[in-house]
Design a protein around this ligand. Structure first.
Ligand code: FAD
Length: 451
């Protein structure tokens, strides 16, 4: 049987575009469908606009710190609409680049919502296309918890990039990385931020020292964190939103915020209208089930990225997609390695991590685990006389001397941990770290001088 395409990709986000281009480079005839803007979550409403806003949020600290270095900065003011417009202009520019990249790769781009009619056929509006192999790369979408009365008044991370007026007061619900990043961005930009979390601490799953350090840092920067508050309700009033928060002890408090209250409580794969019932593709806990080669229960249908709900990060979606394309169109059988994936949290203070947390390491290696921890004031903060600290932590398995975890909270953590991650991924030992000459003066040198 002949098909319109060798490969048809549903969703032109991080995973979908990377796969389509790689497969086309190998000579495959590739089509891709996108219902929204090209580039997906990362480019349009995730990593990119968020990081631009992170940069915007750092300036007030910089102005303050510059005084310690002899600068006198005049009165400063912030124009939210100007920032949002500039951020969205950059997103538009990137959309154009993605279109050109796909055109240059000779990938045929369809605009509309793709839906399975049968296991080889996708309908896009009235049009139908067939393909020998199909890749599901539809990503995820934010969910608002249904156990919060009035949650319909809250916005999610999706809408925040288009809010035209800066909220003066905001309540952010949820202590995952998206919630804490937006708490820091808005706080840096001058919004009064209250972060409400159900548990004791933010960032479940991260190393405990990291969690403590970031949480303390956020409080020091003026964010109010209300922990152990599982019960919430939101009511719309003339004065704005009234958010009632309560703990198990029954004690409650009403916080008044502006029109915007961000529910940063989680994301789910975007599968509802995909027509998966017309295929044999299986799902579990709302995500597409795939094997280590990204193959679904239907032999010729594959899935990558957030819709499989494994590790929901852009470089992971890209890597999964490229491994699939290499295997099926490039003649290089390859599966993605999920070990030692570095990641960052762009809070203020910033954090980044690779490998095991101390708790995970102790569970696996028990007393053989040795922890090296250093906390210091970076040189930059001495003249401004600020009590900002950097925390660095190495976890070593003394059976092998291998560094099995590296964690950092402090300026440029993401940039520094990216390099350390190469060493950890290669299986570097503590002796290798010790034998590496530091770059002086830098904060990063602490990673090779900890004893
Ligand atoms: P997506 O990029 O979401 O792409 C899926 C695409 O499919 C979308 O464009 C969607 O419109 C389209 N689509 C869905 N259904 C259909 C259909 N039926 N037909 C046609 N098109 C369809 N990751 C990082 O690594 N670093 C970060 O700093 C980071 N920050 C983030 C901040 C926020 C606020 C959010 C929400 C996410 C962030 N992420 C970050 C996660 C990252 O954005 C995702 O992991 C990544 O985008 C996943 O790529 P994907 O290809 O699986 O899905």
């Amino acid at each position: 049987m002949s098909y319109d395409f060798d490969l048809f990709v549903i969703g032109a986000g991080s995973g979908g575009i990377a796969t389509a281009r790689r497969a086309a480079q190998y000579g495959a005839k590739v089509g891709i469908v996108e219902s929204d803007r090209l580039g997906g979550t990362c480019v349009n409403r995730g990593c990119v606009p968020k990081k631009l806003m992170v940069y915007a949020s750092h300036f007030p600290d910089g102005f303050e710190e510059s005084a310690g270095y002899g600068w006198k900065v005049g009165e400063s003011s912030f124009d939210w609409l100007k920032m949002i417009t500039a951020v969205n202009n950059e997103v538009d520019r990137l959309n154009g680049i993605y279109q050109r990249m796909l055109d240059n790769s000779e990938v045929k781009v369809y605009r509309g919502y793709g839906k399975f009619v049968d296991s080889h056929t996708i309908a896009i509006g009235d049009e139908k296309v067939t393909a020998e192999k199909i890749l599901i790369a539809v990503g995820g979408k934010p969910v608002k918890p249904d156990d919060i009365p009035g949650v319909e008044h809250a916005i999610t991370s999706r809408e925040i990039f288009n809010v035209k007026e800066q909220p003066k007061r905001i309540v952010i619900i949820g202590g995952g990385y998206i919630g804490v990043e937006f708490a820091c961005i808005l706080n840096g930009l001058g919004t009064e931020v209250t972060l409400v979390i159900r548990g004791e601490k933010i960032l479940r799953g991260f190393d405990e020292d990291l969690r403590d350090e970031i949480q303390e840092g956020m409080k020091r920067h003026g964010i109010r964190i209300l922990n152990k508050k599982p019960k919430l309700s939101i009511a719309k009033k003339d004065s704005g939103l009234e958010i009632t928060v309560a703990g198990h002890d029954g004690e409650s408090e009403i916080i008044v915020a502006d029109a915007a209250s961000l529910a940063a409580t989680g994301r789910i794969p975007d599968l509802a209208d995909l027509g998966l019932e017309n295929t044999k593709v299986e799902t579990a806990k709302g995500a597409v089930v795939v094997d280590e080669y990204n193959q679904t229960a239907e032999e010729h249908i594959y899935a990558v990225g957030d819709c499989t709900d494994r590790i929901n990060l852009t470089p992971v979606a890209i890597n999964e997609g490229r491994a699939f394309a290499d295997t099926h169109f490039g003649g290089k059988s390859r599966k993605m390695s999920y070990e030692n994936i570095p990641t960052a949290v762009f809070t203020t203070p910033e954090a980044a991590t690779v490998g095991m947390t101390e708790a995970e390491a102790r569970e696996k290696y028990g007393d053989a685990v040795k922890v090296y921890l250093s906390k210091f004031r970076p040189m930059y903060y001495t003249l401004p006389n600020k009590q900002e600290k950097t925390l660095m932590k190495l976890i070593v398995d003394t059976n092998t001397d291998k560094v099995i975890g590296a964690h950092m909270v402090g300026d440029s953590a993401a940039e520094i941990i990216q390099g350390v991650a190469i060493a950890v991924k290669m299986g570097a030992t503590k002796a290798d770290f010790d034998a590496t000459v530091g770059i002086h003066p830098s904060s990063a040198e602490e990673f090779v001088t900890m004893r």
